[in-house]
Write a protein that binds this ligand. Structure first.
Ligand code: ZL4
Ligand code: CA
Ligand code: ZN
Length: 381
């Protein structure tokens, strides 16, 4: 069911520990780690595992997590369980931002160290030149702060992976196409020019989480002009998004000249997402990944949001194929989970929904492009 492109000689590695999939945030919580099981079913069903190096990474160690996170926060995450939460003072629970978005569930610390271990493993394979593209769909949890959970994220695997890459790479570019602003990564590298962060997201400070990521969030000190944001409105469609993405990311790559790239591929920017409000189809989202891949730099590909599991799995299987230079058959492979992709059983259902009208005027999109390109004029060296 796949047509192999014989010119492809990229080494692609896939980093996943299936124990991540078994965790539950709570019955009605939108974050469903079992979307990773659906993703793997499609990856296996399309036979992609035969074309990549498949790794089951170890958990991140305490020392690795402490490269970014504060010790007291890590100790808390390690000790707290649904059974002993009451024993912690209310101000501690509040301080670490535990609540409906970031609940305490069974195996929370295990979950966080598993997804983080996979991002670190991917970074190591890139550094050692054992891979050209390393994929971890369980990672990409961009909201976690140094000492605080946020937006379904507890440990910031992206920051930790970038810190590893910085040991060998002078400049790392971080690109985030999740529908939410990549605030945790931006904040971690706010005052350095060694990481440039670029996030595309829905922006409405009063109505949409996390409320940051306006044009004027540009970084500070040495990092001034090295945080880039593309605030968007509801309903953006395939063409507007891809053209904007292409022109901005190309200009950023040519000016910043990174030696490695981390790409957060949150699937909640697809149309019909339970939390998102964009109108992207799988091919347009994938075209962004493919465009970044075309620069031929070491690339760490991560997951992130995505709240309609059948479409998350379609997208990430498709993007795994793109990393391998494959265009997957629109007919989905057979699997024991097949019923999830009914009634059409296609890789590319039409996801553009009339639920979110396109509120992005040409004028707004042109302003967004101008604002970002303006920052690039100030870059040093
Ligand atoms: C839920 O149904 O906008 C959490 C969260 C839990 C189950 C039972 C509790 C019901 C939607 C969201 C009450 C939930 C109220 N349950 C949640 C300001 C908010 C305060 C919390 O993709 N309430 C906060 C976070 C965002 C807010 C988005 C995206 C992560 C990522 C990377 C994080 N928080 C309002 C919401 C539900 C829930 C239903 C929810 N939370 C939707 N959007 C948010 O960028 C992985
Ligand atoms: Ca984003
Ligand atoms: Zn998101």
């Amino acid at each position: 069911s796949v047509s192999n492109n014989a010119t492809s000689n990229l080494k692609v590695s896939y980093h996943h520990n299936p124990l991540a999939d078994e965790h539950h945030f709570g019955a009605t919580h939108p974050m469903k780690p079992w979307r990773l099981t659906l993703t793997n079913q499609l990856v296996l069903g399309y036979g992609l595992h035969d074309l990549m190096d498949m790794y089951v990474p170890r958990r991140a160690s305490d020392a690795e997590l402490a490269d970014f996170h504060r010790d007291d926060y890590l100790d808390f995450l390690k000790r707290v369980t649904p059974h002993n939460t009451d024993e912690f003072p209310a101000d501690v629970i509040t301080k670490y931002n535990i609540g409906d978005d970031c609940p305490i569930f069974d195996g929370l610390f295990d979950f966080a160290s598993i997804y983080t271990g996979a991002s670190l493993d991917g970074a190591r394979k890139l550094i050692n030149n054992q891979s050209d593209i390393a994929i971890n769909w369980s990672g990409g949890l961009h909201h976690a702060k140094k000492a605080e959970a946020s937006g379904f994220c507890y440990i910031n695997d992206i920051v930790l992976a970038i810190l590893q890459l910085l040991r060998h790479h002078p400049r790392v570019l971080y690109i985030d196409i999740d529908v939410h602003h990549g605030d945790g990564v931006e904040q971690a590298f706010w005052s350095t020019d060694r990481v440039m962060t670029l996030s595309f997201h829905k922006y409405d400070p009063k109505e949409f989480f996390p409320g940051t990521g306006g044009f004027d969030d540009i970084g500070a000190g040495n990092g001034r002009h090295y945080s880039l944001n593309v605030p968007l409105k509801d309903g953006i469609d395939d063409n507007s998004y891809f053209l904007l993405f292409k022109s901005i990311s190309e200009a950023v790559l040519l000016s910043y000249r990174p030696s490695a790239i981390v790409l957060q591929c949150g699937a909640d920017s697809l149309g019909c997402d339970r939390l998102g409000c964009f109108n992207l189809n799988i091919k347009a989202h994938g075209a962004c990944v493919d465009f970044i891949k075309s620069f031929g730099l070491p690339l760490l590909v991560l997951g992130g949001g995505g709240y309609t599991p059948r479409n998350v799995s379609r997208l990430w299987a498709y993007e795994t194929g793109l990393c391998l230079n494959l265009e997957l058959d629109n007919e989905l492979p057979d699997s024991q989970y097949r019923a999830w992709w009914g009634p059409e059983y296609k890789l590319h259902p039409d996801l553009a929904s009339s639920k979110h009208e396109n509120k992005n005027t040409r004028k707004h999109l042109e302003l967004a492009r101008q604002k970002v390109l303006e920052q690039l004029r100030y870059l040093k060296g």
